[in-house]
Write a protein that binds this ligand. Sequence first.
Ligand SMILES: Nc1ncnc2c1ncn2[C@@H]1O[C@H](COP(=O)(O)OP(=O)(O)OP(=O)(O)O)[C@@H](O)[C@H]1O
Ligand SMILES: [Mg+2]
Length: 330
Amino acid sequence: MPETPLHIPATWQHSAARILAKNWRRVLVVGAADRGKSIYCNFLLNALLRAGRTASFVDADIGQKDVGPPATVALADLDASAALAQARCNALYFVGHINPIAHFLPLVLGTRLMVEAARGEFVVIDTTGLVQGKGRVLKGFQIESLQPDVLVCLELGEELAPIRHAARHLNILRLRPSRLAAPKSSNARRRAREEAFQRHFRKARELEFGLQEVIVQRASLFNGQPVEDSRFPYAERLPDGLLAVADETVPSAERIQSVPRHCLDHLLCGVADKTGECLGLGIVSSIDFARRSLTLYTPVPRRHIRIVRLGDLYLDRQGRELHLARLGHF
Ligand SMILES: Nc1ncnc2c1ncn2[C@@H]1O[C@H](COP(=O)(O)OP(=O)(O)OP(=O)(O)O)[C@@H](O)[C@H]1O
Ligand SMILES: [Mg+2]
């Protein structure tokens, strides 16, 4: 949260009073980038807590987060004394990227799971600023999945009109952004993400796991039957063909999907315990195909780690995004 003084428009105060009076417990906040969604969520949560009610915050803005690291949906159950900036994260869901495009499924699923896990009487949900084009579809899915008691639309003009129109069976509060709402540059956004990743990885160290020890999810690799094939350093049989780690291109005629040896290095992962609960993030340091081991850079204690969920974002240890694309869902 910025240190600048807050400006709370009278309409925002009225909205909080209305939400309390109507007992609208599930509040979904939408708006384009930089309309003040996060500031509004903070304001509303404080208003609810001040009224003596309990409240939870679900931060589903996977890029610019207030709670939890980027690329996750995070839940914070708040008590009266807790400002959002100091809020403890009670649960996390790993989405796998900081951009919602191409990640609707984990974003929608994760938001729903975090809302279901919330313990507060009220749940306030912050969302990404993607509201145009595919963003409209995403917001539609979020609304269907969450069935909020009220949709708070922070809107300067008519930019949310189609989203509101498709949700007009719901309670909608349409609010103007504060006159202090100001755009953040893409550099500032990237720096904020880097710093958030750095905070998360501050106490990280390398841990090596045998590939038998951990379950790798969101990938085919390491879920097939390992086979010896002298052409490749490592290969697995899958029902639909061979998945091979190859140093050279494989002729496309064969039923072989090949992946480069270092395809997982620097890949961001979600790390979960044996119940599937996400405990934090990891970055793949390396895979040793001969030893069949995976080395992970993570702040999560080794004894809890059972599941590694592969993401779609490559990061260095300073949290800088490496502009590499994950080559398909190997
Ligand atoms: N009510 C307000 N009082 C003071 N500053 C505000 C207010 N609303 C927004 N701002 C300023 O405008 C900027 C954007 O606000 P905020 O980060 O809350 O927007 P957002 O919609 O959450 O953005 P994003 O799309 O990045 O999630 C911030 O720098 C914030 O300080
Ligand atoms: Mg925000």
